[in-house]
Ligand binder design. Structure first.
Ligand SMILES: Cc1cc2nc3c(=O)[nH]c(=O)nc-3n(C[C@H](O)[C@H](O)[C@H](O)COP(=O)(O)OP(=O)(O)OC[C@H]3O[C@@H](n4cnc5c(N)ncnc54)[C@H](O)[C@@H]3O)c2cc1C
Length: 456
């Protein structure tokens, strides 16, 4: 469920392995968050841990899959614009330099390639003269997110996958008994109801990005994925004056923050088309998709601190999207123990473009070759402690006792599954961070609200 880059990558690996795959999306392909990302695949912003390991896997996977796509895509398919351009992280204050270099030490200790740069102007001549530290990360890369999504879907189709656009998942198809009673056969998901009829499946994968809580809710389980708004400014085309991905050392703190308030740090890079992307903001305000002057002003002024020449650049547009945010900042990948047959591949927040391929590989092994499943997958389990207990900013994944009881009780398959009203409402009650995951509210609108068309 979901024809963004995560669903596309999963569809490709499963179809390639011989599975009969159907991808459903209530909009068009690559029309959700995957059309809003900048396409960076960053090692530089990852501290030691599972997400860094997944990033290394994904970088290797991008090299391999790009080769495979040469045979899988028709001649003339647009270029993925994959570029191992490297990332340059700079500090502009003494404290910023201290924090950056301390972070770099933790990264180097686990093998991240991070090179102190004495004169950043050799790499980026147009950078401000007032830098206090600069570190270059040669592993950082970039890809064009929409082309990459479409390429993965095209390859999946080539292996027999069907992609159904304008088809919305509305509810579950279930077989078996009542998990909440703790006895007898466990209830199992055997497919989904959609606006175009029932679809039966051995494995149903939620890859609905920031809408994953809503989709999972329709199937009867709570999932702590919420939208984290991001806005990007785009300049007109210009001769290349920003050669790498360049960002302020503050960025790492903004990414890791659990605050709902606006966070802005400067991220500047060129695209293959010649435009310059100026990001990035982070804010949790539900599916509110307004593009606001206060955010644009903050983005622009921070960018000018790094690249003063941008003061004269022509801005041609701004766009925004919703990162799929999870309180512990790790994706959710794997089987849902509360409902056999249900799988998750979501919650990648600001890294889903990059991490899509490694996510698909992990899920491939979990579904088709569980004996090979990597210990790394434990960190992303849907029932990991960080989610079950509830993170700092949200209610836990499993509500109301033993695994399985978080499922909504109900009558016959497909009816009454979600209590308290229409599909997608009434599943999770008030939590510390506001109203229920699925209910409407400032951070969580109802089922179909908040859909936005992606911008280039
Ligand atoms: C401003 C911004 C900058 C970013 N920069 C980067 C970056 O540089 N690098 C990076 O790796 N990531 C970046 N990201 C994050 C990245 O874009 C996301 O992590 C990624 O796109 C998530 O992909 P997805 O496939 O999970 O979700 P999506 O692309 O959102 O796809 C989910 C799909 O599910 C569909 N759907 C929803 N509900 C239903 C339903 N009921 N039935 C059927 N279909 C449904 C939607 O229509 C949608 O098409 C950025 C995000 C933003 C907002």
């Amino acid at each position: 469920m979901g024809a963004g880059i995560v669903g596309a990558a999963i569809a490709r690996v499963l179809a390639r392995a011989g599975c009969d795959v159907v991808v459903v999306d209530r909009g068009g392909t690559a029309g959700g968050t995957s059309a809003s990302g900048e396409g960076n695949i960053l090692v530089s912003d990852k501290g030691p841990g599972a997400e860094l390991q997944l990033t290394w896997r994904t970088l290797a996977a991008w090299d391999r899959v790009r080769e495979e796509l040469r045979d899988e895509l028709p001649a003339g398919f647009p270029d993925l614009e994959f570029d191992h351009k490297g990332g340059l992280v700079v500090a502009t204050t003494p404290q910023g330099a201290e924090d950056l270099l301390a972070f770099v030490r933790t990264q180097r200790a686990v093998g991240v390639r991070a090179e102190n740069v004495d004169d950043a102007h050799e790499l980026e001549p147009d950078l401000t003269p007032g830098l206090t530290a600069a570190v270059f990360y040669p592993e950082d890369a970039q890809v064009q997110p929409v082309v990459a999504t479409e390429a993965l879907l095209a390859a999946a189709r080539r292996y027999g996958a069907r992609v159904r656009q304008q088809v919305e998942v509305t509810g579950p198809l279930l077989a078996g008994g009542q998990p909440a009673q703790g006895a007898g056969e466990q209830r199992r998901l055997i497919g989904v109801r959609t606006t175009a009829g029932d679809l039966f499946a051995d494995a149903v994968v939620v890859a609905a990005g920031p809408w994953s809580a809503e989709v999972a809710g329709r199937l009867g389980v709570a999932l702590p994925v919420r939208p984290r708004r991001g806005t990007v400014l785009v300049t007109s085309r210009m001769p290349v004056r920003v050669r790498h991905k360049v960002y302020d050392a503050d960025y790492v703190g903004a990414v890791g923050s659990g605050s709902a308030d606006l966070q802005v740090s400067s991220v500047v890079e060129s695209t293959a088309a010649g435009t310059v992307l100026i990001g990035s903001s982070r804010e949790r305000r539900g599916f509110d998709d307004r593009i606001e002057a206060r955010v644009l002003a903050a983005l622009a002024s921070k960018a000018l601190l790094l690249f003063p020449f941008l003061a004269d650049a022509q801005v041609i547009r701004a766009y925004g999207g919703f990162r799929p945010y999870v309180p512990d900042h790790l994706p959710i990948i794997g089987a849902d123990p509360r409902l056999p047959g249900l799988w998750h591949a979501t919650g990648h927040e600001g890294a889903g473009i990059g991490l899509s391929l490694a996510t698909a590989d992990l899920l491939h092994d979990l579904i088709l070759a569980p004996e090979k499943a990597d210990p790394l997958t434990d960190a992303f389990r849907p029932d990991r402690p960080g989610l079950v207990q509830g993170g700092p900013a949200g209610p836990g994944l499993v509500q109301g006792g033993p695994a399985g009881s978080g499922l909504v009780q109900g009558g016959p398959a497909g009816s009454g599954l979600v209590q308290g009203g229409p599909a997608g409402s009434g599943l999770v009650q008030e939590g510390p961070d506001g109203p229920g995951l699925i209910q409407g509210g400032p951070d969580r609108p109802g089922p179909v609200q908040g859909r936005r068309e992606g911008a280039a």
